[in-house]
Structures are given as C-alpha cells and as structure tokens.
Design a protein around this ligand. Structure first.
Ligand SMILES: [Zn+2]
Length: 358
C-alpha cells in the first residue's frame, strides 16, 4: 500500500479573482515551488511529492482555461484525505551523515535543526504485530510521517511489516540485530556484528538496501565515545532523542505517556520524541498524543536521508493467523474519534520475549 499523506483539494466555495497577468505568474511559479523542495527538503518524498506533481500539472491547465474564459480561480488548500483536522506532516527534512553524525540533545551537543514547535516522531524496536499495524493506521489517519528504528531479529520475523512501514511513507533506520542494552560494554567486534547485522537483516527484509536509511539508534541510548566513533566511521547518523515518554515502563498508562511527552516537549519547545511501536500503551496513547500535539500548535517534521530512495518496495503477504497459541488482545482507544476507537487484535508473539527492550 502506498500512502499519499497530503492531497491537494480544490474548494468549490471560495473564489478569488486575479488579473490575467497574475494568473500567468502563479501558473508559472507555483509548479516549481510545490514540486521542487527547498534545499533541506529533498530526498525520499518521491511518493509524497508525486501527487503534488500531478496536482500542479492539472492546476496549470486549469488556470490556463480560466484565463481564457475569464472565470474565477479557486483557493486551494493542502488537506489530509478524509480528515480535514489532521495533524499532518508540515515538512520533510533531509539529513546527511556528512552534516549530522550524532543528533539528540539528551546525549549530544548537536540535534536536528528544528524550528519552534516542530517535532520528529520516532518509533523504536519495530516491527511487532499487532501494534505496528495499529500505529501505522493511526499515523495514516492523521497523515503523519515518522522515523522508525527497526531491530534486525524483528525484521527477520516480520519482513512484511518492514515493507509495510516503508510503503506507508515512513523512514526506516536500524537499531542493532538483537538489541543488546549494554552495547557500550561489548567488545568492538561484537558491536560491529550487532550494527552491521541489524542493517543487513533490515535490508534483507526490505528487499532493497537503498530503502534503508543510514540512520541508527543505540539500544537503551547506551553510547560511548568508542561506539560513537565507530558509527560515524560507518557513515551513519546516530540518533539519540530530545524527549522520551517512558512508554517502555511496565505499568505506565496511555495518559501518562501523553502527559510526559507533552510536558517534556513543551519544556524544550521542539524536538525528537522517542516512542516505541511494540507496546500496547503506546498504541493506546498515540491518538491522544497526536491530538495534543495539534492542540498545542506542534508541527511534524519527517526526516529522510539525503538523496534518492526507492518509491516503494514489493509488498509481502502477511502470514496466516495460527489459531493454536494465539491469544487475543483487546485494545480500547477511548477518546479517539479517528476510526480506530476499538480494535480487537490477535497477538501471536509472547510479549515477554520483547517486553524488556527499549
Ligand atoms: Zn530499543
């Protein structure tokens, strides 16, 4: 599936009259504005800008017709299909390892160049059914693009979800092969095995190595100078965070996740928010969190690697549900009005296997 997060919609109720010369200028300039991203906004959004290109082409023809007929020009607005009040994704930021080797003020001096009230949503430890799918649907309902950091062994187990995340328009980075929490205490050969093995596993699951971003997050943010240097030597952008929501805490509630995320983001006014898409509490919190971000005037920034990325990768079929051993989990996303109010889900992976990772 290929999500088109932003779609241009032409209103039929509001009209503005321009003199023909102004129409000509708009027709000639608007296309380049919408189709050619700013210097920092190049990179992945091929499938995102695709609809924009089509729209601009049609718009130019439309304007020419209006010029000859003397009709009015409609005011158009960028909208999220089916959700005019969506949070949306405000801009795409391309990041190169040459420019940013380590980002995140929790551990590094440098972080992403975000404006006031800009936030980057990041999800670690993915993929894991059913939460990955739930969170993808919630993000899609709000036209929000996020940054993922996948674990190699999880990618091996659920390659169809790896591709689903990518084809939904999100950025896919990596998070080691087995998620060792004490990475900084491992000898360098083992660190190399974890980092390179994680990348290789995600690339194999993706089926296209070009679709995997050179973005990496250390498990548990357990860094050291030696590991940071090693990761830089691999031409990776190492991500820490600017704020966490404690969503990996065992008994944390969705309400607490939202409160902590907003409190910590508000304290900085912007930042990289670290979340996980393997925990039920995160899935339950996300609709409210996106609503709060919108209410507080935050704008979502989607970070992509500099350069071209594949438009999409071939989908893989999801495995059939195995009746034996499966256990149902019922999620009630109270307070959500985005169509994901209640989800009855069958979870086939014992959470205890992955429950302690973050
Ligand atoms: Zn993790």
């Amino acid at each position: 599936m290929s999500a088109l997060p932003i779609k241009a919609d032409i209103s039929t109720t509001w009209y503005v009259r321009f003199v023909p010369i102004a129409l000509a200028l708009v027709g000639s300039q608007l296309g380049s504005v919408l189709t050619r991203p700013a210097a920092k906004e190049i990179g992945r959004p091929l499938h995102q800008f695709e609809s924009g290109r089509d729209f601009v082409r049609k718009l130019r023809v439309f304007i020419c017709v209006l010029m000859f007929t003397g009709a009015s020009v409609p005011v158009f607005a960028m909208q999220c299909p089916g959700n005019p009040d969506a949070l949306g994704t405000s801009r795409v930021l391309a990041v190169s390892p040459n420019e940013y080797s380590h980002v995140g003020s929790m551990q590094y001096k440098q972080t992403l160049p975000l404006a006031d009230h800009e936030v980057v949503l990041t999800f670690d430890d993915s993929p894991l059914p059913p939460y990955t799918d739930i969170i993808l649907k919630i993000l899609a309902s709000q036209c929000v693009q996020a940054n993922y950091f996948l674990i190699g062994q999880m990618a091996n187990a659920y390659p169809y979800l790896v591709r689903r995340i990518y084809n939904a328009g999100h950025t896919v980075g990596t998070h080691t092969l087995h998620h060792p929490l004490a990475l900084k205490h491992l000898p360098l050969p083992l660190v190399e095995h974890e980092v390179d093995g994680g990348i290789a596993a995600v690339e194999a699951a993706m089926g296209d190595s070009k679709a995997v971003a050179p973005f990496f997050r250390i498990p548990g943010l357990s860094h050291s100078d030696a590991i940071d240097s090693f990761l830089a030597s691999r031409s990776l952008v190492t991500w820490s965070a600017d704020a966490v929501a404690d969503d990996w805490f065992r008994r944390i509630t969705p309400q607490q996740i939202v409160q902590r995320a907003m409190q910590r983001l508000n304290a900085r006014g912007r930042g990289i928010l670290l979340l996980h898409d393997i925990h039920p509490a995160t899935a339950l919190a996300l609709p409210s969190l996106l609503k709060e971000l919108k209410a507080h005037g935050y704008k979502v920034v989607h970070v992509v690697p500099a350069g071209e990325l594949p438009k999409s990768v071939p989908e893989l079929p999801a495995p059939a549900v195995i009746a034996s051993g499966a256990w149902p989990r019922v999620l009630h996303t109270s307070g959500s009005n985005d169509g994901t109010a209640t989800a009855i889900l069958h979870h086939q992976v014992k959470k205890s296997v992955f429950g302690k990772i973050h």
